[in-house]
Design a protein around this ligand. Sequence first.
Ligand code: SF4
Ligand code: SF4
Length: 210
Amino acid sequence: MSDFQNPVAGFGVTFKAMFKKRLTEQYPEEKKPTAPRFHGRHQLNRHPDGLEKCVGCELCAWACPADAIYVEGADNTDEERYSPGERYGRVYQINYLRCILCGLCVEACPTRALTMTNEYELADRTRESLIYTKEELLAGLEEGMVDSPHAIFPGMTEKDYYSGLVSEAAPGTERQVAVSKGERPDEERAGTPETPAPTAERPAGTGVEA
Ligand code: SF4
Ligand code: SF4
């Protein structure tokens, strides 16, 4: 090819591309749905009555190649029950600065407590805000659920929950007082001086154990 033909051949590539269908996506104005099995933000699931599926076993944390998960388990009591069995996840954090969204933690979870959603917008401005806490990861309440902690469905065992025998909260189920989280029964609160309202901002250092 002559010295004259070389640039013409180069422009030929440009001209061909000009008439091809454009692939530019107008993100974030237009958000395209992801593939159904896209690995996005995690979710901690609940049983159909609202109790939590996580048993605080830490298997997800051990399976994580990026050391992005921090779990602390604790014992349920009859007065403060978060899951049907003996243990529950008292502290649960995922550090999205480390997570590579590989899904190995989901594979390791024995109770299907941990799954992944299609949510991919995980950017933020501070390190603390990218360490998601249990409260942020816990699934919302659906019809028939009562928020944890609350009593186990009468007459049911933990095994019955996993056999699908519980489909909603028992009639009259009420949320228990989360004493371990600093909540107090109403009767104790009455008559005590008002405590200052918590500030909206997360205190520095919160949730950085992961
Ligand atoms: S998706 Fe992968 S990297 Fe992210 S928390 Fe789970 S195991 Fe760790
Ligand atoms: S999410 Fe699953 S694997 Fe992780 S601590 Fe909870 S029950 Fe165990």
